[in-house]
Design a binder for this molecule. Structure first.
Ligand code: G6Q
Length: 558
């Protein structure tokens, strides 16, 4: 794809740090940065009700943040000065806001109701979206009812999704998150890594006769995915010795019909999507075919309805009551004013164990940028590092650092009022821990309190909790397909909000290219016994030689 270089020789907008609201926030920050959450709560008995917002079944308590009403007012002003409302409208209206790739960004169309009208390049895309959804539905129903059979006439019981990045993280996360709703007599596996272990372990105990591979790749040129798809094809051919088997055991999800048919998959067995769906925003497109098979078409549509409800909330609600906007602005507050480097996402639900990994890509691939939209460098930090683990496991490992370490780590806690797996008083214990953590992080334990418990003086510093650690708490009734849709859309739009304020393109990912190019070159240089003419730096040359020597058992050469 050809991309024209930026034309501007002068910045097209002043830097974010020149905006009046930014300057006002800088002074405001100095005034309140040392104020403790204990004081914020003491000042306002109703703070815990006041700093909350609710939408699409999600309740956000953001009262345990180091903010006042003035902070929020200034952050909202910043969003306005940055033209967030216009950016939102531009996204929903299909303008090419992915400017470096000159593409519209219309993942919101993937969950629009059938009668909606969303134009991209003069075409209403909603009928196409629903046509694909209908085909997916027919296919999922056929597969699950046993109508679709394998090459030897056996029913398909195993689904193996092959894809990487956006063509993997969403499907894995959604499958894990919605496992309670899944077809339990079927096996779902996900192969992404080009490490052969991934493929081998995913297929070692399943029968080719009962297995369907879904090859998910927007471009159908991704090295890892093609390597795994070819391995899968060979695995199938080893079992059947008949190339016709491919048509019954492979389907593709892609935008590239030519490559799909070159691979040997009949385009009739291909589910399409569009270049206006970014990989990390594609779990609700046909990339979610494995999700639909797992949870059934009705649940899948309910997930889409959840996404759509949050889309509508984001699009229409004033910023000071808008969940994704508030969360996006809080991230700016900590990232750019407090200098926080990371955001911990801590779901108190085992089913959401892959949610932090999913969000890592969503946030860090979207907003890990250093060039502004006009090509000039930013002079402020962009994306925070996102990480996390499900509660309560993290409490027994890394929470120590959040409570008593030297860094400020804002955290998002996510919990549900009803469990999908009632077991004794497990759920109360789980949720008591969630609430306890946010309380402990906010209020801590002073040295006086520690002393009054009879702790000897020398031990007091070690047992003191400074508190003043900010948290958001997101509560929902129950983890359902609908709720998952609202949660993912909440974070998608919070990430969008941040990108709009940082004035960057949240929808490209040029940063993954260099490593890919070099890997292609290096793999060619790994001829048996090595290439004596390596032209990398001395470290890379030596590593390649050592690897090749050791791999070939010919001893190690420097
Ligand atoms: C996501 C990225 C990236 C992409 C993978 C797989 O936004 O674009 O993670 O999803 O590189 O690409 P293909 O789907 O084209 O194989």
């Amino acid at each position: 794809m050809s991309v024209e270089p930026p034309v501007s020789i002068q910045p097209s907008t002043p830097s974010l740090t020149e905006f009046p609201a930014w300057k006002a926030l800088s002074s405001h920050f100095k005034a309140i940065r040392d104020k403790h959450l204990r004081e914020f709560f003491a000042d306002d008995a109703r703070r815990g009700e006041r700093f909350t917002a609710e939408a699409a079944g999600l309740y956000l308590d953001y009262s345990k943040n180091r903010i006042t009403a003035e902070t929020l007012r200034l952050l909202v002003q910043l969003a306005e000065e940055c033209g967030l409302q216009k950016r939102i409208a531009a996204m929903f209206e299909g303008e090419p806001i992915n400017s470096t790739e000159r593409r519209a960004v219309l993942h919101t169309a993937l969950r629009a109701p059938r009668d909606a009208q969303i134009m991209a390049d003069g075409i209403n895309v909603v009928p196409e979206v629903h046509a694909v959804l209908d085909r997916m539905t027919t296919f999922a129903n056929e597969l699950c009812s046993g109508g679709w059979r394998g090459h030897t006439g056996k029913r398909i019981w195993n689904i193996v999704n092959i894809g990487i990045g956006g063509s993997d993280l969403g499907p894995v996360m959604a499958y894990e998150a919605l496992r309670a709703y899944s077809q339990r007599d079927m096996v779902f596996r996900f192969v992404s890594n080009v490490d052969g272990t991934d493929f081998r372990e995913a297929t070692r105990d399943i029968s080719p006769e009962e297995t369907l591979f879904i090859v998910c790749s927007k471009t159908f040129t991704t090295t890892e995915t093609l390597a795994n798809a070819h391995a899968a094809r060979q695995w199938m051919l080893d079992a059947f010795d008949d190339a016709r088997a491919v048509s019954k055991h492979f389907v593709a999800v892609s935008t590239n019909t030519v490559e799909v048919s070159d691979f040997g998959i009949d385009p009739a067995n291909m589910f399409g999507f569009w270049d206006w769906v970014g990989g990390r925003y594609s779990m609700d497109s046909a990339i979610g075919l494995s999700t639909m098979i797992a949870i059934g078409p009705q649940n899948f549509r309910s997930m889409l309805a959840g996404f759509h409800a949050m889309d509508e909330h984001f699009r229409t609600t004033p910023f000071d009551r808008n969940l994704p906007v508030i969360m996006g602005l809080l991230a700016i507050w900590y990232n750019n004013f407090f200098g926080s480097e990371t955001l911990a996402v801590l779901p108190y639900d085992q089913y959401l164990k892959r949610f932090p990994a999913y969000l890592q890509q969503l946030a860090m691939e979207s907003n890990g940028k250093q060039a502004r939209l006009d090509g000039f460098p930013v002079n402020y930090q962009t994306s925070q590092i996102v990480w996390g683990e499900p509660g309560t496991n993290g409490q027994h490992s890394f929470y120590q650092l959040i409570h008593q370490g030297t860094r400020l780590i804002p955290c998002d806690f996510i919990g549900f009022c009803q469990t999908l797996n009632p077991l004794g008083n497990h759920h109360d214990l789980l949720m008591a821990n969630l609430f306890a953590q946010t309380e402990a992080l906010a209020f801590g334990k002073t040295s006086e309190e520690v002393k009054s418990e009879g702790t000897p003086d020398w031990l007091c510093p070690h047992r003191t909790f400074p508190g003043n650690r900010p948290t958001n708490t997101i509560l929902a009734e129950r983890l359902t397909p609908y709720t998952l849709g609202t949660l993912v859309a909440l974070y998608e739009h919070a990430v969008f909000t941040q990108g709009a304020i940082w004035n960057i393109d949240s929808f490209d990912q040029w940063g993954v290219e260099l490593g890919k190019e070099l890997a292609k070159r290096i793999v060619k240089e790994m001829a048996p016994m090595g290439d004596p003419n390596l032209k990398h730096d001395s470290s890379t040359n030596a590593l390649i030689r050592r690897y090749v020597g050791c791999r070939d058992g010919g001893g190690i050469t420097g």
